[in-house]
Design a protein around this ligand. Structure first.
Ligand code: ADP
Ligand code: ASP
Ligand code: MG
Length: 405
């Protein structure tokens, strides 16, 4: 008997009919003699709708209240799914993240799983139940409910698969797997049959929201192959795994894009040791994640320092940086929130010249201005105007011939 962890995303459980469809798929897995643990996301746009409601109450909802509110979306879908299974004659029980033993730190809205105590899940499986766990949430030592960051139900699934030593971890969603670019943006994007953790992590981190980055990290850490496939058909999907890729080297593997980019420039900064620390340490303390950082060559010991943050963190970051800019004698502090980023990713790019040149010339042919560039060994990212991102993704997909195997 195999133990299978399946996760169904928000669009797969968006209404009553879809929940029944998911219940039929779970029943079929159970009928094959498997033990099944299911993780669900909130129905359709319900997390967004709960967020909107919170902001109708106050422009600064308390972190704790917001997390408890958002966690209810997954409670709704998990209980309904358990009812649908019972109605079909299957024994099922729904559990909140806390009841399933998912213990997190207290970093509300981006909590990290510290450990899982799986006894309750195991005892329910032993009773013959299908166990439905509300995704995206956990509980602190102090018994407060936390959430794991947008898209975090993927992480719940992989973490549970690790702690239960499951035989398979399957992420079911509204596309047939991982594509060479977001198939909503690029109709000719190609589904890949398999992809390594490293490439998948860069894709996810740089905007391919088909997988939550933390889920990929956990998969790699605990050596869990993750299948991403459609919840609407039985096509084979994509296997995310640790083995060497069988596909072509010297190729870009995929293109990621992200519209959630804002830029802050501290202008006229005196260039001496300690200045970067004076700016970035307080930002870290305020829990602001910084992405790309660029410092211009200084002229007469004066330089400009530019960095990017998520749009949702811009106000917080500006509130931290403005007084510091003043105290270190910078001229001013300006921001731009109409930005996005586009990245080309592939282990095949390592130590191979020419990729950056082709990326830059493709964007220049489209008249797209590059504002910032960042790289890793297997990725090149350009920050560009947000209205240019779609165009850039399509042009790069063609330029790097990603529609071809
Ligand atoms: P779920 O609700 O099932 O978690 P998400 O909306 O979080 O689903 O993720 C699936 C979506 O990710 C797809 O509908 C697709 O538009 C988007 N996406 C972005 N990049 C990619 C990619 N490279 N491959 C597949 N899907 C992608
Ligand atoms: N419902 C949460 C979200 O919309 C978590 C998830 O879908 O994975 O972000
Ligand atoms: Mg998702």
């Amino acid at each position: 008997m195999a133990l299978i962890v399946q996760k169904y995303g928000g669009s797969s459980v968006a209404d009553a009919e879809k929940i029944k469809n998911v219940a039929r798929r779970i029943a079929a897995t159970k009928d094959k003699g498997n033990e099944v643990v299911v993780v669900v996301s909130a129905m359709g746009d319900s997390t967004d709708n709960l967020l909107k409601l919170a902001y109708q109450m106050t422009s600064h909802p308390a972190d704790r209240e917001l997390d408890l509110l958002l966690s209810t979306g997954e409670v709704v879908s998990s209980t309904l799914l358990a009812m649908a299974l019972e109605e079909m004659g299957y024994e099922a029980i729904s559990l909140t993240g806390g009841q399933a033993g998912i213990k997190t730190n207290a970093a509300y809205s981006q909590a990290r799983i510290e450990r899982i105590d799986p006894e309750r899940v195991v005892s329910e499986l032993d009773k013959g139940n299908i166990v439905i766990v509300a995704g995206f949430q956990g509980i602190t030592e102090g018994m407060d409910i936390t959430t794991l960051g947008r898209g975090g139900s993927d992480t719940t699934a992989v973490a549970l698969a690790a702690s239960l030593a499951a035989d398979a971890c399957q992420i079911y969603t509204d596309v047939e797997g991982v594509y060479t670019a977001d198939p909503r943006l690029v109709p000719e994007a190609r589904k890949v049959d398999e992809i390594g953790y490293e490439e998948m992590l860069e894709l996810a981190t740089y905007g391919a929201k088909v997988m939550h980055p933390r889920a990929v990290e956990l998969g790699e850490l605990f050596h869990i192959p993750i299948l991403v496939a459609s919840s609407f058909n039985d096509n084979p999907g994509t296997l995310i795994h640790g083995g060497g890729s069988m596909e072509l080297r010297n190729k870009v593997r995929g293109i990621a894009h992200d519209l959630d980019v804002a830029k802050i420039t501290v202008v006229g900064v005196p260039d001496h040791p300690g200045i970067a620390a004076a700016i970035f340490e307080p930002l870290a303390k305020a829990n602001v994640s910084i992405d790309t950082i660029e410092q211009n060559a200084s002229i007469n010991n004066i330089t400009d320092l530019t960095f990017t943050v998520a749009k949702s963190q811009l106000d917080k970051a500006m509130a931290v940086v403005k007084p510091i800019a003043k105290s270190i004698g910078a001229t001013e502090c300006v921001s731009d929130s109409h930005l996005g980023k586009v990245s080309i990713i592939g282990t095949g790019m390592q130590n191979t010249p020419g990729f950056a040149a082709r990326l830059f010339s493709t964007l220049s042919e489209k008249g797209i201005n590059i504002q910032l560039i960042s790289t890793s060994e297997i990725r090149i990212t350009c920050i560009i105007g947000e209205d240019k991102v779609e165009d850039a993704v399509r042009a790069l997909h063609r330029a790097f011939e990603l529609e071809e195997e």
